[in-house]
Write a protein that binds this ligand. Sequence first.
Ligand SMILES: Nc1ncnc2c1ncn2[C@@H]1O[C@H](COP(=O)(O)OP(=O)(O)OP(=O)(O)O)[C@@H](O)[C@H]1O
Length: 249
Amino acid sequence: MLNIQGIHKSFGSLQVINNLSFEVKEGEFVAIIGPSGSGKSTLFQLIGGISTLDGGAILLDEEDIQLKRGTIGYMPQQPCLLPWRTILENVTIVEELQQQPHIEQAQAWLEKVGLAQFENAYPNALSGGMQQRVSFIRAIVSDKPILCLDEPFSALDEFTRLEMQAWLLSIWEQHRKSILFVTHNIEEALFLADRILVLTKRPATIKEEMIVPFERPRSEGIRHSAKFYALKQQLFNYLKEEKDDAYVD
Ligand SMILES: Nc1ncnc2c1ncn2[C@@H]1O[C@H](COP(=O)(O)OP(=O)(O)OP(=O)(O)O)[C@@H](O)[C@H]1O
């Protein structure tokens, strides 16, 4: 479905991505982890068509989507809800920009995730976790073939973060949209993903790929299993090898 083929990106003399290739299959949940500054957000900007490639190609269903906007659903680190629009109006904004808002579908989603009574409220009436749910629903309702989630839970407190991970899984396991998920949190990647890609330090390329062996639907219990601890340690060691002493710019 999403096929990243040998892409390169530099900002002036700073080489950020070097010959990076991977794919995300239909219905797959892929997490990306890597050192700070290794180019994860840059990668999303390239996939989202708001930054130009220096080389390589990005294909979605075999179509080149370089510099093509609006082909992916995107959920940023902050919910980015417009404070002057109601929750329902925030959820439908992407489709509204494309002149085809599906109000009933948006309402059905808000109902499904227990936010129906807030559809006419404004974002400031909602907690951080609730705002992130709205942000995710907005990405789903935009009805794109793949969702790119850029550290969506990193600004939340630990308890809410764990709650949101379980919530995201319960929604995703029903619908299985392809997801590409960037996180700094090893445990989060292990709990959520089918496959984890570990990036090298900058310039980023794939250092390791881990197939996550836990069956679905996943329960909280796997976090306490010996296997989970062992894989967590393995990922930690990969990241440690890439630790930042190479960034001397
Ligand atoms: N528009 C830009 N112009 C110049 N340099 C940039 C630009 N965008 C990003 N960079 C640089 O590219 C490198 C990678 O940045 P990016 O934000 O993609 O990393 P990241 O892996 O997402 O970092 P973090 O994990 O800390 O969020 C950084 O050194 C950053 O300063």
